[in-house]
Design a protein around this ligand. Structure first.
Ligand SMILES: N[C@@H](CCC(=O)N[C@@H](CS)C(=O)NCC(=O)O)C(=O)O
Length: 224
């Protein structure tokens, strides 16, 4: 039987599939990037052919099997891209960063789902940023003096935390001002060619929940 194509399914939002896309692109892994339009999502959610719990992301592997859960998919694509650390402690560290990134995912809804500038947005943003110093100082401690979280090359932890740090900077551009090491790491990540290209591509597309005038519909350069 001919092998099928590796296919990633997600929605028109910049959220839980971002790290997966960064990793696949960084590793030059060939895949189909399928975005389900909001108009089709209700029917897809019901059919459950591309999802199992009524949510995305999901990934169809070349053997035709479908898998869900973003962190499981992150670890899977990391092994395809050859960026899984090779020691148990290295994996523990990459997972530590992945879990910190998970705690920071409130920025997904702030950028994709909230009506920008509404009272609910302002309250959620304030609550989110109250926790930021803890996340940033812990991340900087984990990073230490290394170039990347796992040493001299990026691992899946780096790509996992890149996403919330990027979104948080759309909300507060001075976010990393007092975190010199993290700021240097962020600049290094953003100078990776595949990261640069993906970020630039994202900034030409429209993301966000339908009928919500969210931050991502108001970025300069985005199609409305
Ligand atoms: N635990 C899941 C959560 C996935 C999830 O929350 N997906 C959201 C988008 S980020 C979704 O599919 N929302 C649409 C819906 O629930 O109808 C994961 O990490 O993959």
């Amino acid at each position: 039987m001919a092998a099928g194509r590796l296919t990633l399914y997600y929605l028109p939002i910049r959220a839980k599939a971002e790290a997966i896309k960064y990793i696949l692109k960084y590793g030059n892994v060939d895949f189909d990037d399928v975005t389900i339009p909001w108009s089709d999502w209700g029917a897809e959610k019901e059919k459950q052919e591309i999802c199992k719990l009524g949510q995305l992301p999901s990934i169809k592997t070349k053997d035709g099997n479908l898998y869900i859960q973003s962190n499981a998919i992150i670890r899977y694509v990391a092994s395809l891209a050859n960026i899984t650390p090779t020691t148990p402690e290295g994996i523990l560290k990459a997972d530590e960063v992945l879990d910190v990134a998970d705690e920071m995912h409130g920025c997904n809804f702030l950028c994709n789902g909230h009506e920008e500038g509404s009272e609910a947005f302002n309250t959620a943003k304030e609550t989110y940023f109250t926790k930021m110093p803890n996340w940033l100082s812990a991340s900087e401690r984990i990073l230490g003096d290394g170039s990347y979280f796992n040493g001299e090359t990026p691992s899946y932890g780096d790509f996992a935390i890149l996403h919330p740090l990027m979104l948080a900077q759309y909300l507060d551009s001075s976010l990393l001002k007092e975190y010199a090491k993290l700021d240097a790491w962020y600049a290094k990540m953003c100078s990776i060619e595949s990261v640069k290209q993906h970020k630039a591509e994202c900034e030409t597309k429209t993301y966000g929940l339908p009928d919500k005038n969210c931050l991502f519909k108001n970025l300069p350069g985005n199609n409305k």
